[in-house]
Design a protein around this ligand. Structure first.
Ligand code: SF4
Ligand code: SF4
Length: 444
């Protein structure tokens, strides 16, 4: 049994990633470089171009490796180059539907469509991304990607089109052996599990099913079995990571969480909870009262942002920071609506459209709201969900990733962030993404 004290907290404050297992054996960048010959994007390039000559092969291999290194370095130092001609990632929501109703998820507070992406639209987005040089695609935003019946084909299409790093997050409820084989065969690079809790009791409280009971044992076995299938298949990809969000309930279960999964995934991480406006809290009431008391004594507003790190140190924030996401990525909903960051659930601050179907997303939202109001089966846990406000609605024309990335709206948002006016953008003003706050440690 590992002791919490032996864990090193990676990043003290601010970042979403609070804790990473000290499994130093795994370094994703090194792994991707060392195994580039197994990356489907590389293999396909070699095959299509009929590369047989050794020098040429090695030159191409080095180009792929350098491109990957460049992409990762650019991601970390994104603020050093704010004029990049393309996003480093496009997040494509292949499924907005989800079979769970986690109490800490935006889905429980904002009505979210139960839809999946149309294959033709998906391929069009991938083609556009490849054309402008996007190195990475994340095939998820709000839902559960394993619910798209053509998941394998979608991943393989992106890989064979040349995307270096294709990533999905999953709740693993549907990760049976057949799905596991499909994912391994698809060429996926990175699989990230979301799993909250180190015990059956906490997990089932934090991750309830919408349509049927979600079971700890089932999901735990799915994750375990995936590692066995991958091993039996002699497959290096995808790399696997599991992450837990630190809330009041999971805070005390980090050891247990680590012990559950350390043998079955490459990486175990705990991430900071970003308040979603719901009932879930990340702190126990006593600590919260202590913080409120401190704020009062120091004449600070009671809604001053706070956070607590793994060691229990408390921080408050009086100032915002420029956000990295507006230089890193574009987000696309299943209907083709484009947003600028993963914290804007539902693209309330829409910055463009990639399909006319995006104009109809509101109808899909209304359909879900109706089912909630009618108390239909599978919608009971969504009872607190309200219709999302729209903060920015661009003119209804179908654009492309390139135009939107260089468009006037993103320029306006970036300028506001650069000028320290982040709160002038409605969606950013209410954003709880902790990386966009300056933190100062307090004693309570
Ligand atoms: S599995 Fe993910 S998308 Fe689904 S409800 Fe939970 S947190 Fe939200
Ligand atoms: S501050 Fe928040 S809402 Fe604004 S771009 Fe960044 S992540 Fe999105």
């Amino acid at each position: 049994m590992k002791n919490l004290n032996t864990f090193k907290q990676d990043i003290l404050v601010g970042s979403s990633i609070l804790y990473k297992s000290n499994n130093s054996k795994f370094n994703k960048i090194k792994f991707m470089i060392d195994n580039m010959e197994d990356n489907l994007a590389f293999k396909e390039y070699i095959k299509l171009n009929k590369v047989n000559e050794k020098n040429e092969y090695n030159n191409i291999l080095n180009k792929f490796k350098n491109r990957y290194i460049n992409y990762r370095n650019s991601w970390v130092k994104v603020l050093d180059n704010k004029d990049r001609n393309y996003p480093l990632s496009v997040d494509i929501e292949i499924a907005a539907i989800c079979d769970l109703a986690c109490p800490h998820c935006h889905r429980e507070y904002l009505v979210t469509p139960d839809k999946i992406i149309n294959e033709e639209l998906y391929k069009n987005i991938v083609d556009q991304a490849v054309k402008i040089g996007v190195p990475s695609l994340k095939l998820i935003w709000r839902g559960e990607p394993l619910l798209h019946p053509k998941l394998k084909d979608l991943i393989t299409y992106a890989k064979k089109s040349g995307i270096l790093d294709v990533i999905i997050n999953t709740n693993a409820t549907n990760l049976d052996e057949k799905k596991a084989k499909e994912i391994i065969d698809s060429g996926l690079d990175t699989l990230i599990y979301s799993f909250d809790g180190g015990t059956k009791e906490t997990y089932e409280k934090m991750r309830p099913g919408r349509f049927k009971k979600n079971s700890f044992n089932n999901v735990y076995n799915n994750i375990k079995n995936f590692s066995i299938v991958k091993k039996n298949n002699n497959s290096k990809f995808p790399t696997t990571k599991i992450q837990m969000i630190m809330t009041k309930d999971t805070r005390g279960e980090i050891d247990a969480f680590y012990n559950l999964f350390n043998d079955y995934v490459d990486d175990v991480t705990v991430t900071q909870y970003n308040e979603r406006g719901g009932e879930v809290d990340d702190l126990d009431p006593k600590l919260k009262l202590g913080i409120l008391d401190y704020l009062k004594k120091n004449n600070l507003k009671s809604d001053t942002p706070y956070m607590v790190d793994l060691d229990g140190n408390v921080y408050i924030s009086k100032k915002r920071k420029e956000c990295e996401q507006i230089y890193q990525r574009l987000m696309v909903t299943y209907s083709g609506k484009v947003g600028m960051c993963c914290h804007d659930w539902g693209a309330k601050h829409t910055i463009g459209y990639l399909s006319k179907s995006a104009y109809e997303e509101e109808n899909d939202i209304s359909e879900v709201k109706k089912k909630i109001d009618q108390k239909k089966k599978g919608f009971e846990l969504l009872k607190d969900a309200i219709l999302p406000k729209q903060f920015n609605t661009p003119k209804k024309t179908v654009g492309n990733l390139d135009d939107i990335w260089h468009g006037e709206e993103l320029k306006r948002v970036r300028k506001a962030h650069q000028n320290g006016e982040i709160n002038s953008i409605d969606i950013c003003k209410g954003c709880t993404f902790k990386d966009t706050y300056h933190w100062e440690k307090i004693k309570i």
